[in-house]
Design a protein. Structure first.
Length: 402
């Protein structure tokens, strides 16, 4: 299947426009990384505490940020997590202690920041109460008057209540009256209303990444990208020539720089899945570049009378249908992943969307022009060296005639 039959587009004619485009976006990304947002590393790289919060309604992140700022949590990162219908937020704190107490500290900081101003005194948060807290409360109050069977029965009831909140309610319920619908006896529900109150949120889970682990992951991610580029360079040097490898690696570095710069400009965190996407697009861009380079190498042998720029243009045109088919279908796939993959895959799919566009573009307008520029430079260098003996020979002839 072909989209184009015998296209004759002079791609290199417009190379300066596209090089200017690359320069603008690269500089914008670098400036953002240096002076604006920096490199927005996720908590898994910088270390810290991640608190997953479930709300009974769609969360307003602006209000949540204002609440965390009032509580002194000025560097908290807040983002939606999971499907929008789940009403969940991920709040990352800079608390980097790796202890059991730090887990409770992060949880308590978020609870204190988000607690309503009209919280009733003397009552506990039901949505944030542990299974043990609920069980001990029921044992103390004994609303069912169970006597000697109380410990076992209330343990079962506490488990049933926690399941209704955490499994059925997703971690937060709006009213204790909802427990009746789940089969909880009326005396138990009434007793809970006397000692607990419900808020519009519940802390589902807390995770901590230590600073040492985060630093190690940063180093490993950088090395993974560096080694992949060096491996590509060595392969292309062996397969073609050194200049082919250099051009392809420069194009891949260009793709990586623009992708990371885009994340910085948009202030979107770079997580492990984003690093995986960057490594994927490095391989994808390299594959596309190799296809074009292979056709250039074949045409150099067949079309000896044509200039290299004409051969490069012809080679790009010959592989254009293949490029449009593979890149177009891959792009549709990653766009679907970006639109419907959910918050967890948002960074991963965004990196691929940017990478597919930039990777395809760089194979044509970055890597290929570098070959022509290098060949022109070599030709000028050879010409300047050849002119020296020619000029001296002319002077000798003049002297002989004289």
């Amino acid at each position: 299947m072909e989209f184009f039959r015998n296209p004759n587009i002079h791609f290199l004619k417009y190379k300066w426009y596209f090089l200017a485009f690359s320069l603008i976006f690269s500089i914008a990304g670098v400036l953002s990384m240096l002076f604006w947002h920096g490199v927005p590393l996720g908590v898994v790289f910088r270390g810290g505490t991640v608190v997953y919060v479930k709300f009974t309604h769609p969360p307003d992140n602006a209000k949540i940020r204002a609440a965390t700022d009032r509580a002194g949590l000025h560097n908290a990162r807040i983002q939606r997590f999971g499907e929008p219908s789940l009403n969940e937020d991920l709040i990352a704190l800079d608390l980097k202690e790796t202890s059991e107490a730090a887990l409770d500290q992060g949880k308590n900081q978020i609870i204190q920041a988000l607690e309503p101003a009209d919280a009733p005194a003397g009552k506990q948060y039901f949505n944030n109460a542990s299974l043990q807290t609920i069980q001990e409360y029921l044992l103390t109050k004994d609303p069912m008057r169970l006597g000697t069977d109380a410990p076992q029965r209330y343990q079962q009831m506490a488990q049933q209540i926690a399941d209704l909140r955490d499994k059925t309610g997703g971690g937060a319920i709006g009213s204790l009256a909802e427990l009746k619908a789940g089969g909880i006896a009326a005396p138990v529900e009434q007793s809970l209303e006397q000692g607990f109150f419900t808020s519009d949120f519940g802390v589902r889970h807390v995770e901590i990444v230590g600073p040492q682990v985060g630093q190690q992951l940063q180093t490993q991610a950088k090395l993974a990208i560096l080694y992949s580029l060096l491996g590509m360079l060595a392969y292309l040097w062996f397969r073609f020539e050194l200049i082919y490898g250099v051009a392809a690696v420069v194009a891949c570095f260009h793709d990586t720089l623009i992708t990371v710069g885009a994340f910085s400009l948009l202030n979107i965190e770079i997580s492990l899945t984003v690093i995986a996407a960057i490594l994927t697009l490095v391989g994808y861009s390299m594959n596309d570049t190799i296809v074009v380079f292979d056709r250039i190498r074949e045409n150099v042998k067949l079309l000896r009378r044509e200039s290299l720029s004409e051969i490069v243009d012809r080679s790009i045109n010959q592989t254009l249908s293949r490029t449009v088919l593979t890149s177009g279908l891959t792009f549709l796939t990653v766009v679907s992943l970006f639109l419907f993959g959910g918050e967890v895959l948002h960074g991963f799919s965004l990196a691929l969307v940017i990478g597919i566009i930039i990777g395809t573009y760089s194979s044509i307008f970055i890597a290929s022009p570098m070959l022509v520029a290098y060949q022109d430079w070599r030709s000028r260098k050879r010409g300047s060296l050849a002119q020296v003996p020619v000029a001296s020979q002319r002077r000798e002839k003049v002297r002989a005639k004289g």
